[in-house]
Design a binder for this molecule. Structure first.
Ligand code: BGC
Length: 249
């Protein structure tokens, strides 16, 4: 059994658990620490180090980040402190924890976990996971292999004749902020999904993020051609995917 610590950095909480990367099962209870105010990099690194200590973990650690991650460097920060842009976060976390850290995008981690152990298990074609939460995250896998950093939440859509960024119009945060009913939100999500399927023709859509727990409220109202399923691993997907990714580096 290869056990790797997976840590998922989110807007409100930073969660971790050791994961058996062969089965995708957590081998200890998840531990959550609230995200420090402002989510500045040094403060987040301290929390990551605290989680490593909590589990008395030594060995590889996989960590997710809600932005573009290329070769350990965080390159965007749509919903977090702008100080992350251009930072070697992999190095920061490796130094803070004293353990070898591997960093990847949060939606990419969820996509890997769902493709291997969850809603996409056994699908050999192209799988597109979209997470609807604070923003919209995306992960594209083909034959289980990830194409990282697709960032499809930042596609622009034509809404009432105006160019509108998808995540500023159809995320779960916007649903809550604008007090949209599920039917209205499903209409927006459908328009977005139709645009994505026109560009990528995936074999399967997996819908993750906050809305995946309430699939009974919206699933039957989504209109698109691609088969669509809610994510199965829900708030464990990031942790499991981060550990999986670190185990294969
Ligand atoms: C970020 C993505 C992230 C998504 C979900 C977007 O705003 O650009 O990198 O995956 O939010 O957190």
């Amino acid at each position: 059994m290869t056990v790797i610590l997976g840590i998922d950095i989110g807007g409100s909480g930073i969660k971790g658990a050791p994961v058996d990367t062969q089965t995708g099962q957590l081998v200890a209870e998840r531990h959550r620490i609230p995200t420090p105010n402002g989510a500045k990099a040094p403060d987040v690194a301290e929390v990551v180090a605290e989680l490593v200590k909590h589990f008395e973990h030594s060995g590889p650690v996989g960590v997710t980040f809600p932005g573009v991650v290329q070769h350990g460097v965080t390159l965007s920060a749509a919903n977090v402190d702008k100080g992350w842009v251009g930072l070697d976060a992999d190095d920061l976390f490796t130094k803070a924890t004293g353990q070898p850290v591997t960093l990847l995008n949060d939606a990419d981690a969820a996509g890997l976990a769902e493709a291997r152990f969850g809603a996409g298990k056994g699908e050999i074609g192209s799988v597109m996971l979209l997470t609807f939460g604070t923003g919209i995250g995306s992960a594209l896998m083909y034959g289980g292999v990830l194409v990282p950093n697709t960032e499809l939440g930042h596609l622009w859509l034509n809404v009432d004749k105006a160019a509108t960024e998808a995540e500023a119009w159809a995320s779960d945060r916007i649903r809550e902020k604008e007090d949209l009913g599920w039917k209205s939100w499903a209409k927006r999500a459908s328009a977005y999904l139709q645009h994505v399927e026109m560009l990528f023709s995936p074999d399967l859509f997996i819908i993750g993020g906050g809305v995946s727990k309430k699939a009974d409220k919206w699933q039957s109202q989504i209109e698109c051609h691609t088969p669509l399923v809610p994510a199965m691993l829900q708030n464990e997907a990031g942790i499991v995917g981060a550990a999986l990714y670190a185990s294969e580096r």
